[in-house]
Each structure stands twice: as structure tokens, then as C-alpha cells.
Design a protein around this ligand. Structure first.
Ligand code: FES
Length: 102
């Protein structure tokens, strides 16, 4: 595991998400209240760009066909049979967001 700086907290829109690159890997950072969650950017359905998805609470919806994921666990909520996406541990320190990449 290697923790890497991913963004400044100030650059993440409250209640929204942002696509960043962490160690060469595209990662979606989702800001939910004071928490930030990091997940993979590729939808498990047909590879849609989750960085362009819509975040409502902890639910991120793919812009292509509407599959929905829980950004805390990566679990696909809709449809229930959908495959999960990756999630990564996040730490916030002094206004900086750090992501632990495998
Ligand atoms: S590619 Fe994401 S819902 Fe189809």
C-alpha cells in the first residue's frame, strides 16, 4: 500500500465528486459532508465514466445507463446484480486528501 496526496479538500465541491489521478490511476473523490470517499472511475456495466456521474449522498450514478454505486463500499446498488467498483482508503490531514492505493 502507498498513500499518496490526491487533492486539496478545498478543491472538492461539497456534495459532489471529482475525477483525479492518483499514482497514474484515475480515481473519483466523492465529498459527503466532512467525509471524502475514493472509488474507481470505470463503471462495471460498460465502462462508463463515473467521474462524470451524479452524486446524491453516498450514491454515485453512472451517466451512461444509470447504474448506481455506494461510494463507501463500491457495491452496486442498482441493479443489485451489478459488479462492484474498487474503493480506496482516504485520510484527510491539514486540508489535504490522501488516498491509499494498492
Ligand atoms: S456504463 Fe455505467 S451504467 Fe452502463
Amino acid at each position: 500500500m502507498a498513500e499518496q496526496r490526491a487533492a486539496s479538500l478545498a478543491d472538492l465541491p461539497a456534495g459532489g465528486c471529482k475525477l483525479v489521478e492518483v499514482g497514474g490511476t484515475p480515481v473519483v473523490l466523492a465529498r459527503v459532508g466532512d467525509q471524502v470517499y475514493a472509488c474507481g472511475s470505470t463503471c462495471s456495466h460498460q465502462g462508463g465514466p463515473l467521474g462524470e456521474g451524479v452524486l446524491r449522498g453516498t450514491r454515485l450514478t453512472c451517466p451512461w445507463h444509470g447504474w448506481m454505486y455506494d461510494v463507501r463500499s463500491g457495491q452496486c446498488l442498482l441493479p443489485a446484480r451489478g459488479g462492484a467498483i474498487a474503493t480506496y482508503p482516504v485520510r484527510i490531514e491539514s486540508g489535504e486528501v490522501w488516498v491509499d492505493m494498492p
